[in-house]
Design a protein around this ligand. Sequence first.
Ligand SMILES: Cc1cc2nc3c(=O)[nH]c(=O)nc-3n(C[C@H](O)[C@H](O)[C@H](O)COP(=O)(O)OP(=O)(O)OC[C@H]3O[C@@H](n4cnc5c(N)ncnc54)[C@H](O)[C@@H]3O)c2cc1C
Length: 380
Amino acid sequence: MILELTEEQQMIRDVIREFCEKEIAPIAARIDVEMSFPEETIKKMGELGFMGIPFPEEYGGAGMDTVSYSLVIEELAKVCASHCITCSAHTSLATNPIYEFGTEDQKKKYLPKMTSGEFLGSFCLTEPGSGSDVKSMKTFAKKNNDGYVLNGSKAFITNAGYADIFIVFAITDVSENGSGMTTFIVEKDTPGLTVATKEAKLGWRASDTRQIHFDNMFVPDENVLGEVGNGFVQAMATLDGGRISIAAMSLGIAEGAFKAALKYSKERKQFDRPISDFQSVQIMLADMATEIAAAKLMTYYAAELKDNGKPFSQAATIAKLYSSEAGTRIAYNGIQIHGGYGYSMEYPAERYYRDAKGCEIGEGTSEIQRILLARQLIKE
Ligand SMILES: Cc1cc2nc3c(=O)[nH]c(=O)nc-3n(C[C@H](O)[C@H](O)[C@H](O)COP(=O)(O)OP(=O)(O)OC[C@H]3O[C@@H](n4cnc5c(N)ncnc54)[C@H](O)[C@@H]3O)c2cc1C
């Protein structure tokens, strides 16, 4: 288990930290209020290699490990959850399945464009009527000569309005009771694909979330990802890795909220003393720091297991569950320490709270994490 980062890991953390401070921190509050997608900074992140951290150099990636990728996600979340989820959904959920399950031709065709950020990716699993219960999805792909014709809708799709590549899950065999699912790589100009207007959200407001619709959308056989009928397994495996990313995101949001609260507690004076002198405030700060330390160890541990080729699913579930709930508690205390200013949009405390909450829902709710974990524990 790592207790110290390698030189390379420290280097990537320092580079992304500097980028965040210089390029993202100055715009984070504004793009949240305006709900405006940060196209320019995301493009710059691509040019600097941040959109392809964990993929081999032969596919244009940075060839770094999952710990390094988690550090990038953590640093982004410290300053802006919207930049963070844009990068995370693109990397863990859209690029990764092509890397893990794609043919060599698919990898060569799509990965260099995705790892360089020239193409942005979306992962399309959730539907208006099917969230936690993935197998109840209604999107259907009917075999037709040399491809499939898809009909259906997807909901809450991150990056949808700016995506070039959509990883789409659809039922191909109704007799399999939801497991007969196949994954498709869909390009943005495919006839029959429409993208709805941007959703207004509580948090991650500058990230682009939309419904998308498929109306007799033809996808050629060459764009089937992996084996026909293996979509459910691929979706679950992709979400396993994605949970490390959401754990790192929760950790970053918590650290951002803590840093702001600690600074404020030393500056704000009441009763002629900084409020950090008061024991009630100190207890909140101490609890926040303790939970951050725990979340950090859990997140890096899951990342390291993945890097070492060991089973990491349970560790990722634990890290996601704990870090996301701790993130919300920490950001909640961050508001309390700021008093009335924490409730005002003048300070970032309320944004951290709104952004932290999303991590308890996206990529599997806390309730679903507990179900998955309990199932694994009982089976052991
Ligand atoms: C901002 C945002 C971005 C997202 N991005 C994407 C994306 O890019 N791609 C994508 O495919 N999806 C995305 N999602 C969807 C997300 O993964 C789902 O919202 C999530 O899985 C929950 O599904 P649901 O919203 O349908 O809630 P539901 O499944 O309807 O759950 C509602 C409530 O019931 C609980 N519940 C459901 N089933 C059970 C059970 N068996 N036992 C106990 N409690 C249960 C849930 O925990 C929750 O509290 C995104 C969501 C958000 C909010």
